[in-house]
Design a protein around this ligand. Sequence first.
Ligand code: SF4
Length: 335
Amino acid sequence: MSKGDGAYGRSESCSLCKKPAVARLSDPKRSLCADHFIRDCEERVRNAIVTEGMITDSDRIAVGLSGGKDSTALLMILSGILASCRGDVSSETGSSEIDAISPNADLIAITIDEGISGYREETMEAAAALVRQLGIPQQIISFDELFGSDLDTLLKGREDEACTVCGVLRRRALLEGARRAGATKIATGHNLDDEAQSVLMNLLRGDLPRLVMDTASGYPDCFIPRIKPLLPLSEKEIVIYLMVQGAFTDLPECPYAHTALRGEAREMLSSLEMQYPGTRQRLITARDDVREIIGADEPGMRGEGAVTRCRRCGEVCSGDICAVCRVLRRKRLDE
Ligand code: SF4
């Protein structure tokens, strides 16, 4: 099994105590009970935050909260880490690491209502219940409010483009939410699987600028840096984490999900990961190596071309018209 991967339901004992194990992980090999598994996941996230310097200087972090499993785990873990930094709860981690995360950082959840009938209602309710439980402020932004139309309406006649259109508009909506909240960072729930899938999709599309673009700089979304604290965790580990915390809810899948190239990338990578453990992590590492080789001398290759303003909406973009206006204009021309 690959680094950090998990398996639920093994009849083994925890490597650290004798309680029944809920997951078996490798590198290093260990089987963990529920308590030790939770601690292990949280420590890996905390270490990534410290190592990458994701949270500093009283950051106000806008957490993209869809109500799905990844964003739920992200908000739970971040809120626990910040509570331990403030001394609200005890921490198992060394104090020097805790000191590296600002005790004054705070969170606000940003929930985007795309307007996907029969799907978003339930996840919106799950998001609202979670922020109530954690005592975190929430801001809800709808496509209707921002773009004058919900996603279902925008997609009429071009449903096969759903995820491309949705992705472009969601990024803008999240950015708008972060700005309204006065956020200094945007945190998203991307996990190890998501990141490896993105690398593979960019390779399949032959999109080198997007492959090496580093959104941690804040480019191209107007310089609010993005952080991905869940990158050390696989999708399976996140499911186990939520299950053992009693926070797993079986929510419906987006009706447009089957239109995404991501679904094919996911299947391809799952099968490769089974045959060649560590494939996902190696893909990400190879991408990071390419980023480093390209270095700071080639901004064009990193997608950091000259920053201009969109002719239609005035947003920062790298061309004449931003991606959001292209998507919306196409819809109006189709009418
Ligand atoms: Fe949007 Fe596609 Fe995700 Fe559905 S699956 S929420 S359409 S990106």
